[in-house]
Design a binder for this molecule. Structure first.
Ligand code: C2E
Ligand code: CA
Ligand code: CA
Length: 511
């Protein structure tokens, strides 16, 4: 069965999260700066349009005033009034020429005196203003004509386009500014165009004069918002990048922090840092090696070799103990499987399991896979269950232990004497071995009461026909006592400490 573990948050995902944290203030800040830039540009075009409108109104006031003064002269003989026409041109800064009209005929002009030209009121926007692209005197030079009429008479005063385009240029500066009169419009280069006013894509402001028949439009070309931001906001962008870096760093640190002990163990599991150590188990009489207990070690890249009691509780708590044990069994099978041809009698291999292994039947598959790696009949797989952690008998556990037994897997109660297992418990789970806790062995020859308990356990196991293993045998005296009491198997520093696979396999060949 493949090693199935919850996937750890991938490195690429962590990098993406860090980048997102970093980008968030930059993107968010840029959006705010963009909106702010749009507001600023809108405000600027509005002001520009208002200022232009004010200036054009003032110029037209000047021109309209001349027309108002000349209107009463309409119909009079041109020779009589032409001086009055010229006087207006001279006295008023924005008036370029003045003309009188009678019955839709321009009959008198400040420039030529008596003159004859038809006047069509339809040419004038709202009958008042006409933006022309020059006249016969100055072709291709913009001209704004103001028309005032009363009955059959009328006065036409003209305003030079030069003044108008000057305003568009000077007030507009960075802004595109256009003057519209009816169907015609004037751009800052002094040219008069026909047709609809072009749309100004960024921050367009259009204002209509409420005194004369014209309007102005101010705005910016495409891309101006970004150009403005690049011009005006570099310090703010630096700040955003600074915030981005800080936020990215915080995101990175928070993600690292969330690497709790169980995350760290998941990483270690994927990195194959949990490795098996092997401690020999010997026959009680001959002291020949009868098997081994597999003990887990964490080969930590920084901390070095970590003892199991420091991490097994975390592994149990987080549920990682199941895949960790599975990985340990796979490694053990790969290391000892090839040796199995040399095993004369079934070699005991003890694997420690916890109550959390007994919640489902996966362990059966793990054991089947483990056994398949060895020559048939060459080993005896013993699962060691600590007495401190009793298993609740349920349908699943009953099924589990039945299936394990039919596979030939043996069950040992570890640390026996420290917990509260009853005879009923030992029977229910079809236990094969008791492993006497090392605390009782340590008391041999020291504490009479402990020795008494030890004797009782040995007797009990004999009566129940259970194999017995004494753990933590360190001295010759302890070994002799246990042999004298017919203890089947012994394990302890006297016979060998837990050792890495290479040392164990090497030593195995000598035994
Ligand atoms: P344990 O199952 O009772 O394993 C025996 C412990 O006694 C081992 O400690 C072993 O090194 C130590 N020991 C063996 N002979 C002697 C001796 O002569 N004197 C003394 N003082 N100690 C001796 P270790 O390897 O540190 O393991 C500690 C505990 O961690 C184990 O106790 C077992 O409960 C747990 N453990 C180890 N490996 C695994 C594993 O793969 N899965 C699970 N669930 N628990 C494990
Ligand atoms: Ca054990
Ligand atoms: Ca033990």
């Amino acid at each position: 069965m493949p090693l199935t573990v919850r996937p750890r948050r991938k490195r690429s995902i962590r990098i993406v999260v860090t980048l997102l944290c970093g980008m968030l203030p930059i993107v968010f800040g840029s959006v705010i700066l963009y909106l702010q830039a749009e507001r600023t540009l809108q405000h600027s075009t509005r002001q520009t349009a208002e200022e232009a409108l004010r200036q054009f109104d003032l110029m037209l006031d000047n021109t309209a005033q001349a027309a108002r003064e000349l209107l009463p002269l309409a119909g009079k003989d041109c020779e009589e009034v032409k001086l009055a026409l010229r006087e207006q041109v001279t006295r008023r800064p924005f008036v370029r020429s003045t003309n009188l009209v009678w019955d839709n005929n321009l009959y008198c002009s400040s420039l030529f005196g008596p003159f004859k030209e038809a006047v069509n009121a339809g040419d004038y926007h709202e009958g008042k203003l006409w933006l022309m692209n020059g006249n016969p005197v100055t072709p291709n030079t913009a001209l704004l004509v103001y028309r005032l009429s009363d009955g059959r008479g009328g006065a036409l005063t003209t305003l030079d386009g030069y003044h108008l385009s000057n305003i568009l240029r000077l007030i507009g500066r960075e802004t595109l500014l256009l003057l519209q009169v009816g169907d015609n419009w004037l751009s800052a280069d002094g040219k008069v165009h026909q047709g609809a006013l072009p749309a100004l894509p960024v921050a367009q402001s259009m204002l209509q004069s409420n005194r004369y028949a014209f309007s102005v439009s101010a705005g910016f070309p495409q891309g101006e918002t970004w150009r403005y931001m690049a011009d005006a906001y570099p310090p703010l962008f630096s700040l955003l990048i600074f915030f981005g870096v800080v936020s990215g760093a915080i995101g990175h640190i928070v993600q690292k922090r969330s690497t709790s002990p169980s995350h760290e163990m998941l990483r270690a599991l994927e990195a194959g840092e949990f490795i098996p150590y092997f401690q020999p188990v010997v026959h009680g009489d001959s002291k020949q090696w009868s098997g081994t207990e597999v003990l887990m070690r964490w080969n930590h890249p920084k901390e070095g070799l970590v003892r199991p009691d420091l991490f097994i509780p975390f592994a149990e708590h987080s549920g990682l103990i199941v895949p960790m044990t599975r990985a340990l069994m796979q490694q053990t099978a790969a290391l000892l499987g090839p040796q199995s041809a040399g095993f004369a009698t079934p070699f005991h291999i003890g694997i420690n399991i916890t109550a959390s292994h007994c919640h489902d039947l996966e362990l059966v598959e793990d054991c089947r896979e483990f056994l398949a790696a060895f020559m048939p009949g060459s080993i005896s797989l013993v699962l060691e269950l600590t007495e401190r952690e009793l298993i609740e008998p349920t349908d699943i556990t009953r099924q589990l232990f039945e299936q394990l037994h039919s596979l030939g897997v043996k069950i040992a109660i570890d640390d026996f004497g420290t917990g509260h297992s009853s005879l009923g418990y030992l029977r229910k789970f079809n236990v094969d071995f008791l492993k006497i806790d090392q605390s009782f062995v340590a008391m041999i020859g020291i504490d009479a009461l402990s020795r008494h308990i030890l004797d009782t356990i040995i007797e009990l196991s004999a009566k129940l026909d259970l194999g017995i293993v004494a753990e933590g045998v360190e001295t010759q005296a302890q070994a002799e006592y246990l042999t004298a009491h017919h203890v089947n198997f012994m394990q302890g520093y006297l016979f060998g400490k837990p050792m890495p696979a290479a040392d164990f396999i090497n030593a195995l060949s000598h035994h």
